[in-house]
Write a protein of this length. Structure first.
Length: 95
């Protein structure tokens, strides 16, 4: 895939970045360099690589998935800065 000057102009507009007309060819070249690097990464065989959460081996903390009785509305609303009629009260966003 190759990025031309028109596409670079459109990407800059969508990103709301002002790019001078004289700088558009350089921007298109930078985009093409990035896309070339991505194409190189697509050539790497990663079929035997396990997904990881970190560069150091670790297991994510998990909790038991158990059903609780719930019914803690009063305890939960006690922490709310403003609660009315059993619900969290929040400021109006749209007038």
């Amino acid at each position: 895939m190759s990025i031309d000057i028109e596409t670079a102009r459109r990407v800059a507009k969508l990103a709301r970045i002002r790019v001078e007309e004289a700088d558009l060819p350089a921007l298109a070249g930078e985009f093409n360099t990035i896309l070339g690097f991505i194409e190189q990464l697509n050539e790497v065989d990663v079929s035997d690589v396990e997904p990881m959460t970190s560069v150091t081996p670790m297991r994510l903390k998990r909790r038991e998935d158990v059903v609780t009785a719930g019914d803690m509305q009063d305890r939960i609303l006690k922490n709310a800065p403003d609660a009315r009629e059993g619900f969290f009260a929040v400021p109006k966003v749209i007038e």
